[in-house]
Design a protein. Sequence first.
Length: 228
Amino acid sequence: MKNLFTVLSLVFIFNATAQKGVDTPSTNDYLTNKSISINTDITRSGTPYAEENFKSGNIYKNGSVVASNVALRYNVLRDELEVKSSMSMADAQAKVLKRDADIYVRILNDVYVYMKPTTDDVKSGYFKVLHEGEKYHLYEKLTKEFIEGKKAINSVAQDVPPTYKGDEELYLVPVNGAPIELSGSRNRKLKSFPSHNKQLKKYVKENKLNINKDYSLEKLVAYYNTLK
């Protein structure tokens, strides 16, 4: 994805100046013709989405805004970004965003980028940006699993409704290189960094960081970007 770091630093300018909505059909090549799938089963627990309702946001392609103040929603289960030209449009009229490394979105304060598969160990698809650095980024991969419900085995037990179960994986993403999963214990996360392990361990200890928490891990990656 080109020039993402520069674009994100200017995003508030774009938000203040870009008010044109979805481009005309001749230029909105960031959309597919695929309509979204609507879930009408109210008995299910949880949601397949990162956020159940559409939120206002912008779409970027090759570092430029191509659609502003559109309605966006991330379907985690299907790993699809859903787009409506306005919040008032019916959900059934939404279309699916093209999967393209040059296309990314900002939904309120959340940025989602698309990464193609690089290794068998790293999922492809949309990632939420937690930190952007000049050398390394921190991305979060959200996942959802649909679990079938179960009928009660007797009159004392209760039915278990079908449920969407969510999870997340964190990745250290070099500007030029394959993503590195940051999982497991604190020590395992520290060892996953390609270099400067002693300095990182010292920084975590001195600043009392719990790097099993996203906000502390963001601080660690920001510090890692300052090391040479």
